[in-house]
Design a protein around this ligand. Structure first.
Ligand code: AMP
Length: 575
């Protein structure tokens, strides 16, 4: 009976998705109306002279496009405890702290129950489509989730990362239960203040429930790779814990020890099995199916800057499919993956018209420069064009420029199916050169093929503009998995330089307006230190995205990188 109800629910979710996406234009109008009615008393909207109007035309005429910076003074008042209707009708009582890794600065994003509601809607939609392709029968999830503790601002507002706000919502467990993905790990592990201890315990819980694990997930692919790289380091300790039924002394938090001791009893049989499997693997290829024989797929955001980790993830996953999950941000959700069988490199996301009011700024190439045109509505986008995403959400963000660039690949009913392209900021620029995170990613991808011939991989990378000497030049930092010869790394460096094909870069390099690119190799573990640095600042390890370009003001991260350089190479391209 229970199964029938659940099956019926999933079909209902898909039916509802079809209905809403077929009627996207009207659903968008209703969504905007709902948001504006609920927040009509907000000081921000009142000051813009909307006077209760809720139609898209009046909205666009009165309300300006904004970035976080424009809303910051309002948000600061909320954070300081002003409970008057500032951005929303009902006071905002919680904020999400963004990771600060993509833009270099942590943002305080208003958070409320309506945003949790949209989280449930998007999880349900993605799950309904996933479960059609990869059915799970009452399984458990090995979820690498890390919920930093929620704190209170001086003004009494609850503050945490977006993931912490989601995980600690009273409805979260219930939602995951309904989605047949309850975590193998107890809450004490998920809510621990120390993410390394949490990670160790997640791995241990996964092994203890290995037969039941039907899904392995993390918000971002980086966390999945990080988890299994850690497994390579600690697997013998995990096996000992299982054999003896005693938790490693590396776990120091009493509440985690208590929770874990309830799960651990001496189990030499399981310990021997895992030991045998681990030593039988060649370079850890296919580790995941060996450890978790019933895992149906790996789930997490795998597009955009996460693509770099796919190769390693596939190595661990063997034949187990990789499924990219949703597209969203601390500011709100955007789109769902309804074609889970498509490989992450080709994945698209369908915008859900009921979760926010969307606009898209066309990014056109005019006379060699990108120009931003007037935003268009969700149903007015053109297939094949690139846009910056703008949304109006139910938590006080109106016509908010998210800073992401997407490409419209097609239509699902009448709502766009988009591909994530990149963040909209130019990362590497010295004079007339313009290189984005995608240009950097492509350059690293090309050069790392030379390393792959030596069976060495680029664990992680970032970049920096060095202006300390004239002319300025690009510096790329690499952490690699083995020992490569100087000849190969010299070649990689020159290849990195040549792979930036932007005309401004190439012409500047030729006339020495930009100096030779420099590849700096950093010690193993350097990027882990950067992750720990951000976690120390209050970012969620679950939301971590390696910053792909280090600005001059990001002195701490730059210091970590510079202190760990072991060797540098100078490109011989354009000599
Ligand atoms: P955060 O606010 O820390 O959760 O980061 C949100 C940002 O992560 C978005 O603005 C995107 O740049 C990136 N992001 C989120 N979902 C995806 C996705 N599915 N594909 C690529 N990038 C994503």
């Amino acid at each position: 009976m229970k199964e029938i109800t659940e099956k019926f629910d999933m079909e209902k979710v898909i039916e509802e998705f079809e209905r809403l996406t077929k009627d996207a234009e009207n659903v968008q109008k209703e969504t905007l109306k709902r948001i504006l009615e609920e927040n009509a008393s907000a000081e921000y909207l009142q000051s813009l002279g909307l006077n209760g109007r809720t139609d898209p035309e009046s909205f666009k005429a009165c309300v300006p496009l904004v970035t976080y910076k424009d809303l910051e003074p309002y948000i600061n008042r909320i954070v300081d405890g002003d409970v008057s209707p500032i951005l929303t009708g009902k006071p905002i009582t919680a904020i999400s702290l963004s990771s600060g890794t993509s833009q270099g600065k942590q943002k305080c994003i208003p958070w409320n129950d309506e945003l949790f509601e949209t989280t449930v809607q998007i999880y349900q939609t993605s799950f309904a489509f996933r479960n059609k392709e990869f059915p799970i029968q009452n399984g458990k999830a090995l979820s690498f989730i890390y919920s930093s503790k929620l704190s209170q601002t001086k003004g009494g507002v609850t503050a945490g990362t977006a993931t912490a706000n989601v995980f600690s919502h009273p409805g979260y467990r219930h939602t995951m239960q309904a989605l047949k993905s309850p975590s193998v790990s107890p809450d004490e592990v998920i809510f621990s203040p120390d993410f390394q201890q949490t990670l160790y315990c997640h791995l241990l819980c996964g092994l203890l429930f290995r037969e039941e694990v039907s899904l392995i997930s993390a918000p971002f692919a980086h966390s999945l790779v990080n988890a299994f790289r850690t497994f390579e380091q600690v697997w013998e300790e995990l096996v000992t814990d299982i054999r003896e039924g005693v938790l490693s002394s590396r776990i120091t938090h009493p509440f985690i020890r208590t929770a874990m001791s309830k799960l651990l009893t001496p189990n030499p049989e399981l310990a021997n099995l895992i030991h045998k499997k681990c030593i039988g693997l060649s370079n850890w290829y296919g580790l995941i199916p060996e450890l978790f024989p019933n895992a149906k797929y790996l789930l997490g955001i795998m597009t955009g800057s996460m693509e770099h980790y796919l190769k390693k993830l596939r190595h661990y996953a063997g034949e187990v499919p990789l499924v990219t999950s949703e597209y969203g941000s601390s500011e709100g959700w955007i789109a769902s993956n309804v074609n889970p069988k498509v490989a992450p490199e080709f994945a698209t996301y369908v915008v859900l018209p009921q979760i926010a009011y969307f606009e898209f700024i066309p990014l056109k190439q005019l006379d060699g420069t990108k120009v931003e045109l007037e935003p268009v509505g969700l149903t007015d986008v053109k297939i094949g064009e690139e846009y910056e995403v703008v949304f109006t959400n139910p938590a006080g963000l109106y016509r908010y420029k998210l800073g992401d660039v997407v490409k419209v690949i097609g239509l699902r009913n009448s709502t766009p199916e988009i591909r994530f392209i990149r963040r909209n900021n130019l990362m590497l620029t010295i004079n007339i050169d313009k290189n984005t995170e995608v240009d950097l990613q492509l350059s690293v991808e090309t050069a790392s093929k030379l390393l792959a011939e030596e069976k060495i991989e680029v664990i992680d990378y970032t970049s920096y503009i060095d202006l300390s000497k004239e002319p300025g030049h690009y510096v790329i930092f690499w952490e690699i998995s083995g020992e490569a010869s100087d000849d190969v790394l010299d070649e990689c460096c020159t290849c990195l330089d040549k792979s930036f094909v932007d005309l401004g870069y190439v012409s500047s390099r030729k006339v020495k307006g930009i100096g030779a690119l420099e590849l700096r190799l950093v010690r193993k573990g350097t990027f882990q230190k950067i992750l720990e640095h951000y976690v120390g600042l209050g970012a969620s390890a679950a939301q971590f995205k390696t910053p792909r370009c280090i600005g001059p003001t990001n002195t701490k991260v730059l210091q970590i990188l510079l202190e760990n350089v072991v060797k540098n190479y100078i490109s011989s391209a354009y000599n």
